[in-house]
Design a protein around this ligand. Sequence first.
Ligand SMILES: [Zn+2]
Ligand SMILES: [Zn+2]
Length: 306
Amino acid sequence: MNRDNMILAILVAFPVVVVGFFVVIELLQRRLGSTECPHCFQRIPKDAFKHGLPCLECGAVLAEAQSRVDTSRLPRACRKCVTGDDCLELWDGEVYCRNCIGKQSSRLLQAAESDQLGEEMSYSIPSIAWRMFLFAMATMIGFSTLVAVLLIVAGGGREAPGAFAVVLVISSPVIVMFTAGVSIALPLLRPKTIVWNRQLIVRLGSQLRVSSLAECRWYEGRMSQVNVWGSGFLLRGKALIVEIPNVKTGEGNRMAVGCTDESREIWKSFFELAEIPQKRRKQSWWSSWFRPRASPEITAAKSDAT
Ligand SMILES: [Zn+2]
Ligand SMILES: [Zn+2]
């Protein structure tokens, strides 16, 4: 094998080996961290048993967990109007009458019959892979340009175009690696959020994050603000962003729910009814510069509530 073929072989083998390594690790972690649900036989995170959660696939109760309806506290009056009968318990553990839930949203009333409110995040993997390709490409072109500019500054102007091309060719496996990595990782990740029994549960692959629903905060934002996994910035579309409390350092705390118009209405009306604290909308520095008194809708919502 001559030198050129050798370099080509290394360029091709590098992303294959690295992506292959991470896929094996992920599959192994998934195998060890998950087990079969005794009801639907799908693989679910083992931690669901540890936390006494229902199955995230079929909703069946897995352990002798505290029942959703605590009979010692029944009968309870509607949290909103007090007088309403025909009550049911929602996922924040509070009781509401069907009239108050229906006034909030008819879609919420339909959803309220279920033991849990859940949403698996929907996205197009080819679109995300394409955005990752463009992002990695732009980053590598930027890096190659930087190398060329540094060479020009150092007085090596003649070598700059060659150096630009060499750095770009050498970095091409990184572009392939990131694009292939995101295409393989996303079908394994299957991010899902559910609220059940006063808890907010986020599933990422075989990992579960369980938090107290009352400590979460939410705002109307964009899916690109998701940071519970690394490539969340590549998502597009409107969503409600939920901030998970007490995350470990280095872990993201923003997850999206309400990724379609219908589900957004259900989640938003539930958060409002359950009085989950709403956070002021995140503003970019330029919008706060030009419009220092932005987000009047939140001020209006607050004055309506009082
Ligand atoms: Zn199941
Ligand atoms: Zn009521």
